[in-house]
Design a protein around this ligand. Structure first.
Ligand code: CO
Length: 210
């Protein structure tokens, strides 16, 4: 394990290298951020948004929480979304979950974990909605991974129905909400093909039922 001193040393080297390769890099970045993407991902340390997408500082605005959930009353997430949509004018919001998510597992293991059980409730709601589909999957890990995908799709729909996003679309804003899943085992991102592009897509009648 690296010590805190190692982290600070690494940082100094990184900053000097960056500035050496591209003089003025930091002063330009300090002036302005204009990311085109908002990333809503899991807090899991193995899924760092910038690293896995090859995006540089300034290119992606990031919000992460346990199991990448969109709670309609989460003032933290809503503040991030509002700022990203209204001020930064991001074009794409990516809700990204990952296979093998501990949050998904904890939601379904029938144990009491504490406060996190309240946080994970939307996952159990999704599992309930898709009960028959999920019960038909024999392998436990495959079932959890399927639930992971279904939860991401549900978060995309929840986000598309927030007043912030709805207002943006009513004003004609070009904004797309995508659901992606990341494989810890292979490092690959997959598009779940549940993109919501505007008010028509966000109608409840357009929801996928499985
Ligand atoms: Co996770």
């Amino acid at each position: 394990m690296q010590s805190l001193d190692d982290l600070l040393k690494h940082n100094r080297k990184w900053a000097l290298d960056r500035e050496g390769q591209d003089p003025g890099y930091f002063s330009r970045l300090a002036e302005l951020q204009r990311p085109e993407y908002l990333w809503i991902g899991c807090a899991d340390s193995r899924v760092p948004a910038n690293v896995i997408t090859g995006l540089e500082p300034g290119e992606v605005f990031v919000h992460r929480n346990v199991a990448n959930l969109v709670h309609s009353g989460d003032i933290n997430l809503l503040s991030v979304v509002e700022y990203a949509v209204q001020s930064l004018q991001v074009k794409h919001i990516i809700v990204c979950g990952h296979y093998g998510c501990g949050g998904i597992k904890a939601a379904m293991d029938g144990q009491r974990h504490g406060l996190i059980d309240h946080w994970l409730q939307p996952i159990r709601d999704v599992a309930e909605q898709h009960k028959s589909h999920l019960c038909a999957v024999a392998d436990g890990d495959v079932r959890l991974n399927r639930l992971c995908e279904l939860s991401i799709e549900a978060q995309v729909r929840s986000l598309s129905r927030t007043p912030i996003v709805q207002s943006a679309w009513k004003e004609g804003t070009d904004l797309h909400i995508h659901g992606w899943v990341y494989g810890l085992h292979d490092g690959m991102l997959r598009d779940l093909d549940c993109t919501v592009n505007g008010l028509t897509d966000a109608q409840p009648s357009a929801q996928a039922n499985a």
